[in-house]
Design a protein around this ligand. Structure first.
Ligand code: BES
Ligand code: MN
Ligand code: ZN
Length: 521
C-alpha cells in the first residue's frame, strides 16, 4: 500500500510545494526511410578519425550520399582539417539539397573506427543531445550509418541523446534557457525490426529514470526532506507491478532501527524508510535482489560538523537513494522476471541539542551495539539498519549504493565508483552489469584484516576505522550487517556529481547507479 504524508501535516507546512520534473520525456522512435524524408530540426551522424578506414570513404563509413546533400561540405571540411573525427568534435553545416526536409546536419567526431562500441556511441550521442539542447532543436534525428549498426547501439544512442539533452532549470524563474527535446528519431538502414524498437524503448526508459535521479539529487535540502523523498517514491515508483510502503517514526521504532533513529534525532525533520517491492508474476523462484540506497537528504556532519566550504553539495548525499528509487521505476517498466526490493533509509544529519554525540552508543536493528566515534560517518549507520531490514523482507542478494566516503574520491577520483563485496562471483556479477552500462566501477579489497580497524573499546563495533583505507573500512562496517548474504557495496561519492560540464554531460548530479542497478536486475 502506498502511504505518505499529506503536505500540510505537522511541520511539513513550512515547506514550499515539491519541485516536480517539468519536462515530459521526448517521443522516441526508429525509422528506416530515406534521410531526406525525415522532418526534423537537425540530423546528427558520427564521423570517424580521418584515414582510419581505407576500405571505406575517408569519413570511416560511407557518408558520401549524405555529403551530396551537403554540397560536398563534409569532403571540404575533411580536406581543410576542420572535421577530423576526433571524439566529440562538432561540425555543423547546412543541407543544400532542397528536397530534404531537415535543413541542418551536425557531424560528431567518434574517434578511431575500431574503438566504436556502445560506450562510444552513448558518448557521441550525448554530444548530439547537448548540441541539440544548446541550439533549441526540439526534433532531432540521429543517423546510425550501416557500419555503426550493432546490438546495443540503438539503446546506447537513445540513452546518450536523452542524457546529453538534460537541463535542470527548475529553480530558475527568469532565465529558463532553451526548450527541451520533444522528438528523437533514430534513423536506421534497411528496415526497423521489433528489436530496434524495443532497444529504443529500453534506452528511453533507462535515460528518463537517470534524468529523474539527477533531478532528485539536484534538489536542495530545504525542499527535499525525508518526507518529500517518500512522497516522490509513491509518485514515481508505485505501479502495476511495484508497491511502495513508507515506514514512519513508529514503524522505524518497531523495527528497532536504532542506528537510523540516532542519525535522525538531531533534525526537526523525521526520518522515513522507503520500501519498494517489485514482484512480477513470472518471477524466477529463489533469488530476491535487494537494492539499498543512502538517503541522507542533507549531511552537515552532525556534531562532528563539516567545514563550510562546499557543504552545499551535501544536498547530494541522497544520490544513492535516488538511484535506487529511479532504478525501481525503470525495473517496474522493463519488467524483468526477478523479485526486487528497493530500500531507502532517509534522514537528515544535523547538529542540535538532541543530536547524537561522539562516543554515544546505539543499538542496531540486528541487536549489535555501535559506538559513534564520528557523527559524520552517518551513512553507514542508516544503511546498516536498512541491510537488516532487507534480510527481514526476504532478500537473498544485497547491493547497497551510497555517497559514503571522501576516501573513495581520493582512491578512485571521479571516473569510477568503488566496489566492495563478497563473494567474488557476486562482485563480478555487479561489476559486469556496471561495465555494460558505461557506469564504471573498480574493486577495492574486502579483506577481513580491514575490519580490525573498526574495533571499539566500549561497544561491538565503532563507526569509523581511522584514516587508512577509509573507503574499505566503511564497507567493512556494512559487511557486518549483511548477514552472510552475497553483498556488494557501491561507493559513489566521487561519481554522483559532475564538478564540471564535459562534451557529454552538463554540470550537476550524474544519475549514476540507475543504469547499472537496472541492468543487474
Ligand atoms: N556524505 C559523506 C561522504 C562524502 C564526501 C560524499 C564527499 C560526497 C563527497 C559521508 O557521510 C561522510 O561524511 N564521510 C566521512 C567519513 C569519516 C568521518 C570517517 C568522510 O568521508 O569524511
Ligand atoms: Mn557524513
Ligand atoms: Zn553522508
Amino acid at each position: 500500500m502506498a502511504t505518505g504524508d499529506s503536505p500540510d501535516e505537522g511541520s511539513a507546512s513550512r515547506y514550499n510545494p515539491p519541485m516536480h520534473s517539468t519536462t515530459a520525456p521526448p517521443l522516441v522512435r526508429c525509422r528506416a526511410e530515406g534521410l531526406d524524408t525525415i522532418d526534423a530540426d537537425m540530423l546528427c551522424a558520427p564521423v570517424f578519425l580521418h584515414g582510419d578506414a581505407p576500405d571505406a570513404d575517408d569519413d570511416g563509413h560511407n557518408l558520401g550520399p549524405l555529403d551530396l546533400a551537403l554540397g560536398g561540405a563534409l569532403r571540404r571540411a575533411r580536406a581543410s582539417g576542420e572535421c577530423t573525427g576526433k571524439l566529440h568534435e562538432r561540425f555543423l553545416t547546412d543541407v543544400i539539397d532542397t528536397t530534404w526536409r531537415t535543413r541542418r546536419v551536425l557531424l560528431v567526431g567518434a574517434g578511431p573506427r575500431d574503438r566504436y562500441d556502445t560506450a562510444v556511441a552513448r558518448a557521441v550521442a550525448a554530444t548530439a543531445g547537448m548540441a541539440a539542447r544548446e541550439r533549441a532543436v526540439t526534433r532531432l534525428v540521429v543517423w546510425c550509418p550501416p557500419r555503426c549498426q550493432a546490438p546495443g547501439i540503438t539503446q546506447a544512442v537513445v540513452e546518450g541523446v536523452l542524457l546529453g539533452a538534460f537541463r535542470d532549470t527548475r529553480f530558475k524563474t527568469r532565465d529558463t534557457g532553451t526548450p527541451p527535446l520533444r522528438e528523437l528519431t533514430v534513423a536506421l538502414n534497411g528496415s526497423v525490426e521489433q528489436q530496434d524498437q524495443t532497444d529504443a524503448e529500453r534506452g528511453a526508459i533507462v535515460a528518463e529514470c537517470s534524468n529523474l535521479a539527477r533531478e532528485l539529487a539536484n534538489e536542495p535540502g530545504n525542499l527535499f526532506t525525508p518526507r518529500v523523498f517518500a512522497d516522490r517514491a509513491i509518485e514515481l515508483v508505485n505501479g502495476p507491478r511495484t508497491t511502495v510502503e513508507i515506514l514512519d517514526e513508529a514503524a522505524i521504532a518497531s523495527q528497532g532501527m536504532g542506528l537510523l533513529q540516532g542519525v535522525a534525532q538531531g533534525s526537526d525533520e523525521p526520518p522515513r524508510v522507503i520500501v519498494m517491492r517489485y514482484e512480477p508474476e513470472d518471477a524466477v523462484p529463489g533469488p530476491v535482489l535487494a537494492l539499498v540506497g543512502k538517503g541522507v537528504t542533507f549531511d552537515t556532519g552532525g556534531i562532528s560538523i563539516k567545514p563550510a566550504a562546499a557543504m552545499d553539495l551535501m544536498k547530494r548525499d541522497m544520490a544513492g537513494g535516488a538511484a535506487v528509487l529511479c532504478a525501481m521505476r525503470a525495473i517496474g517498466q522493463l519488467a524483468p522476471p526477478i523479485r526486487v526490493i528497493g530500500i531507502v533509509p532517509a534522514a537528515e544529519n544535523m547538529p542540535d541539542g538532541r543530536a547524537i554525540r561522539p562516543g554515544d552508543v546505539l543499538t542496531a536493528a540486528n541487536g549489535m551495539s555501535v559506538e559513534v566515534l564520528n557523527t559524520d560517518a552517518e551513512g553507514r549507520l542508516l544503511l546498516a539498519d536498512a541491510l537488516t531490514l532487507a534480510q527481514r523482507l526476504g532478500a537473498t542478494h544485497l547491493v547497497d549504493i551510497a555517497t559514503l566516503t571522501g576516501a573513495v574520491v581520493i582512491a578512485l577520483g571521479h571516473h569510477a565508483s568503488g566496489l566492495v563485496g563478497v563473494p567474488p562471483a557476486w562482485v563480478d556479477t555487479v561489476r559486469s552489469a556496471a561495465d555494460a552500462t558505461g557506469e564504471p566501477v573498480w574493486p577495492l579489497p574486502a579483506l577481513d584484516a580491514y575490519a580490525t580497524q573498526l574495533k571499539s573499546e566500549t561497544a561491538d563495533l565503532a563507526n569509523i576505522g581511522g584514516r587508512a583505507a577509509g573507503a574499505v573500512t566503511a564497507a567493512m562496517f556494512l559487511k557486518a550487517f549483511s548477514g552472510g548474504l552475497p553483498w556488494a557495496h557501491l561507493d559513489i561519492a566521487g561519481t554522483a556529481w559532475y564538478e564540471e560540464a564535459s562534451p557529454s554531460h552538463p554540470k550537476g548530479a550524474s544519475g549514476v547507479g540507475v543504469r547499472m542497478l537496472t541492468e543487474l536486475a
